[in-house]
Ligand binder design. Structure first.
Ligand code: A2P
Length: 345
């Protein structure tokens, strides 16, 4: 069986990656529609050797569509979600708009695929740093429940879009020429610098990115009270995020067992060479499907603690790949029911 697919936000950083993944993974589709803002209407993109015109999104665009992969930002998702659901299509949404909505499953296929069965027309793709951490630690959590997570992230410019990546390059050139770096897309200069994540701050002093890691991980793991604290930082890396993760278990977790589990789990790859002091780097992770895990070691400050170092491609597993895997799951399990849902969002 094949279906009609639309990519909403097809011209963006994640959108173009979605297009590439649908092609390389040979997703069973009949017809592919590329939707973006009116700015891009009429431009073209290539898919399987064919040239497809990008269309401005409008209500009629979803009439004959079964599956929408949306990555055009929260406000665009909010603006079109009801139209998509009412038209009988299923929306896999990459934005944060509906992630914490109790009627919307939040899915990482390696972790909670069964939760997707109960969707009502919208399935949310988690935040990128959350996906990367969740995939890496879930296999350990299955062996022994995690009691507390302390995570610090080192997030690349790609998380802020293609224009932010360009800005880091321009700022780097400016600094090397002895000029002042000018921030335009990002709030502060990122080249040769770093700053705490620029998402809005909450009353507790955490930024929204940090709270996404807390709340979304709890929802994906179905552990509403799991203790999590996060510090998110933007670093001058172009693509792929890194994370230093400290895990606390109820009982000691042997490093040897943790390595063995990571080595055989889906979606992750154990990468460590202790002789060479070589561990995952964003450069290794860029363009890769698997999340790289290394430097697994005993926390010397806590008998039940483990330390992990993780790198993952934020645009791939952190966004587009996870969304396509959700779409594949829906196809495989015949959960892409196109009967109209009564969901109101
Ligand atoms: P466009 O290229 O026409 O602006 P990125 O995350 O890389 O910034 O990409 C955002 C994506 O979302 C782009 O494809 C962009 O299209 C699309 N987009 C942004 N705003 C809208 C909107 N109001 N309606 C539809 N698509 C939008």
């Amino acid at each position: 069986k094949s279906v009609n697919v639309a990519i909403l936000g097809a011209t963006g950083a994640v959108g173009t990656e979605l297009l590439e993944l649908l092609e390389s993974r040979n997703f069973p589709l009949n017809n592919l529609k590329l939707l973006a803002s009116p700015r891009s209407a009429g431009t073209t993109l290539k898919f399987k050797g064919e040239t497809i015109k990008v269309e401005a999104v409008e209500a009629k665009a979803f009439d004959d569509v079964d599956l929408v992969l949306a990555s055009a930002g929260g406000s665009t998702s909010k603006a079109w979600a009801q139209t998509i659901v009412d038209s009988g299509a299923v929306m896999v949404d990459n934005s944060s708009a509906f992630r914490m909505n109790s009627d919307v499953p939040l899915i990482v296929p390696e972790i909670n695929p069964e939760a997707a069965a109960h969707h009502q027309g919208i399935i949310a793709n988690p935040n990128c740093t959350t996906i990367l951490m969740a995939v890496a630690i879930y296999p350990l959590h299955q062996v022994q429940p995690i009691e507390r997570i302390v995570v610090a992230t080192y997030q690349s410019a790609s998380g802020a879009g293609a224009r932010a990546m360009e800005e880091v390059k321009i700022q780097s050139q400016a600094i090397l020429k002895g000029e002042e770096p000018k921030p335009e897309v990002l709030p502060y200069p990122l080249a040769f610098n770093l700053f705490p994540h620029n998402s809005p701050l909450t009353d507790e002093g955490y930024c929204e990115e940090e709270m996404k890691m807390v709340n979304e991980t709890r929802k994906i793991f179905n552990t509403p009270h799991l203790k999590i604290t996060a510090t998110c930082v933007r670093v001058p890396v172009l693509r792929a995020h890194s994370e230093a993760i400290n895990l606390e278990f109820k009982n000691p977790f042997s490093v040897a067992e943790a390595r063995e589990i990571i080595a055989k789990s889906p979606g992750v790859e154990l990468l460590e060479d202790w002789q060479k002091n070589y561990f995952p780097m964003p450069m290794d992770a860029s363009g890769k499907d698997d999340v790289l895990v290394g430097r697994i070691r005993q926390d010397i400050s806590h008998t039940n603690g483990l330390e992990l170092w993780v790198c993952g491609d934020q645009i791939r597993k952190g966004a587009a790949l996870n969304a396509v895997q959700i779409a594949e799951l829906l196809m495989e399990k015949s959960w892409l029911n196109t009967a109209k849902s009564s969901l109101k969002v």
